[in-house]
Ligand binder design. Structure first.
Ligand SMILES: Nc1ncnc2c1ncn2[C@@H]1O[C@H](COP(=O)(O)OP(=O)(O)OP(=O)(O)O)[C@@H](O)[C@H]1O
Ligand SMILES: Nc1ccn([C@@H]2O[C@H](COP(=O)(O)O)[C@@H](O)[C@H]2O)c(=O)n1
Length: 228
């Protein structure tokens, strides 16, 4: 570019639960001076709103009818990502066991996905320097023209061990079963399921440290920027 300023770069990072999407995306965005969007937090936020307002999670019609009611605002600074619902900070409550167990049912409702996808596209296009967006359908549906698509994987055992460490839980078997169940629900829904885009770079993180995964993705972004 004439003035030396880099073009905004859009990076999509998808993959199953516990593969390191959030940790990697946040660090990559911080290192490269990009914005960061955790789309799982948005689906958790709308689920929190449904639970708080007594909506029957087993009734997709009831969920669809109120899909547009909650005002969800995501802060995209990778050093301090935030999420509010109708002005309330919900960063803590959206990580509760109840929300985690119900989010796949809510995120499967097409009206919910249409609403959240619109928010995601709007944030991505307004990010001045570019953005790292992580989720399940970013490369396939939300941002199919992303400059770089990465699909992270890891064995269920590695993911369960990581998640158990984070939750300070000793029941790795239960953690493993819960994440496999959530992945199965997310992969089998009709509307934009969890899937690898055909043009995504797959990175198996099972044997990699977090620092190695971050370095790998930063290199992929830099190569894209250099036109390699
Ligand atoms: N390569 C890695 N090696 C070891 N631990 C890791 C690695 N990547 C991430 N972790 C750890 O695993 C846990 C889960 O990572 P993270 O939350 O980034 O995954 P995620 O894919 O975003 O999960 P979810 O989709 O469920 O939100 C965190 O405690 C993180 O520090
Ligand atoms: N692009 C996305 C992102 C997330 N979801 C749904 O949200 C759940 C929570 O995601 P986390 O990353 O916070 O674990 C996830 O299980 C999906 O149901 C989605 O559908 N699409």
């Amino acid at each position: 570019m004439e003035n030396g300023a880099a073009q905004p770069v859009i990076v999509a990072i998808d993959g199953p639960s516990g593969t390191g999407k959030s940790s990697t995306s946040k660090a990559v965005a911080a290192q490269l001076g990009l914005s960061y969007l955790d789309t799982g937090a948005q689906y958790r936020a709308i689920t929190w709103w449904m639970v708080t307002n007594g909506i029957d999670i087993d009734d997709p019609t009831a969920i669809a009818a109120v899909a547009g009611k909650a005002e969800i605002v995501s802060g995209t600074d990778p050093e301090n990502p935030t999420i509010t619902v109708d002005g309330t900070d919900v960063a803590g409550p959206i990580r509760s066991q109840e929300v985690t167990s119900k989010v796949s049912a809510v995120s499967a409702v097409p009206e919910v996905r249409a609403r959240i996808t619109e928010l995601q596209r709007s944030l991505a296009t307004s990010a001045e320097k570019g953005i790292v967006v992580e989720g399940r359908d970013i490369g396939t549906t939300v941002l199919p023209d992303a400059d770089l698509k990465v699909f992270l994987t890891a064995s269920p055992e590695a993911r369960a061990a990581r998640r158990s460490g984070e939750l300070k839980s000793t029941d790795i078997q239960a953690t493993r079963e819960a994440l496999i169940k959530r992945d199965a629900a997310d992969s089998s829904r009709k509307t934009s399921p969890l899937a690898k885009a055909d043009d995504a770079v797959e990175v198996d993180t099972t044997e990699l440290t977090l620092a190695q995964v971050i370095e790998c993705v930063v290199t992929l972004v830099e190569e894209k920027r250099a036109g390699k």
